[in-house]
Design a protein around this ligand. Sequence first.
Ligand code: B1M
Length: 254
Amino acid sequence: MAELSDIDNETVRGEIEEFLVDPAEIERFVNLFAAASPEMLEIAEAIIIGEHEDVDSLTQQALDNGTSALEIMDDGLIAGMGIVGIKFREDFIFVPEVLVCARAMKAGMAHIEPILSASGAMTQETVVMGTVKGDLHDIGKNLCIMMLRGAGLTVIDLGVDTAPEDFVNAVKETEAVVMGMSALLTTTMPNMERTIEVFRDAGLRSEVGIMVGGAPVTEEYAKSIGADAYGKDAMACVEAAKGLAATQHSKSAT
Ligand code: B1M
């Protein structure tokens, strides 16, 4: 395991020392940040302190210096947001501060998204994605969408607080073979199951592969509500979407 002193950024070291308690979380973040370059640590720092203008310029600078969009996303933006999430969970910071950090994250993602989207050739596969009803979290969903587009899939983004009927209508209109739902709250997870029921009631359940994800969602939960696939992160979401599209096509070919 790396040591705290291996992290080449005083603010990030201080954040871990001051706010992280769980040994497994400390180990994960120390290893992650110890392996990150000083540029990525600066981006993570700017996310943690919510400096959206700095995130904007540092992300552009890192891209100009040849750092890959994926490295910036994983070691800078998502890593910084991870610390923010823990501080929020432990009541060290509250909604207004998190919103400031989320705005900083979005400033960085604005540079990353077009690159990841352009990195794959577009295909005919269409995926409908949305955050479920009652849920306003969209950072993870947007990351998944970025990666799906980067993998060459066409994505219809229904945004946040998406009613079951809106998922159904979007699938009907676009003839999408894959639909994905994101939920970040334990209170909104049941809306995934409700949405699947509405697909069943509309006679469309077998027409579309349904995948689910979001921090509180697990593989077991996905199975228990009748989803076809679960994605633990954005990469897994892409794999799930590709797998579901292939299954849907082979079903329609037989
Ligand atoms: Co909220 N929030 N929040 N929040 N928020 C959480 C989720 C929470 C865990 C914080 C905490 O208490 N520790 C907690 C939920 C607790 C629970 O239900 N068990 C919580 C709460 C309670 C709330 C409010 C109720 C707070 C309040 O008002 N009292 C409120 C609810 C508002 C609402 O939705 N109705 C609220 C509000 C907000 C903000 C608006 C301030 C802001 C959202 C801004 C935005 O999204 N535009 C916010 C944020 C930022 C967070 C945390 C800090 C970060 C979430 C995030 O963006 N993570 C979060 C704490 C945490 O997660 N550690 C928290 C980074 C993102 C990259 O990860 O979204 O998990 P994630 O996505 C991952 C994977 O999950 C996966 O891929 C992504 C990339 O790897 N994935 C999929 C996601 N969707 C997928 C779909 C797939 C496949 C994979 O297939 C379809």
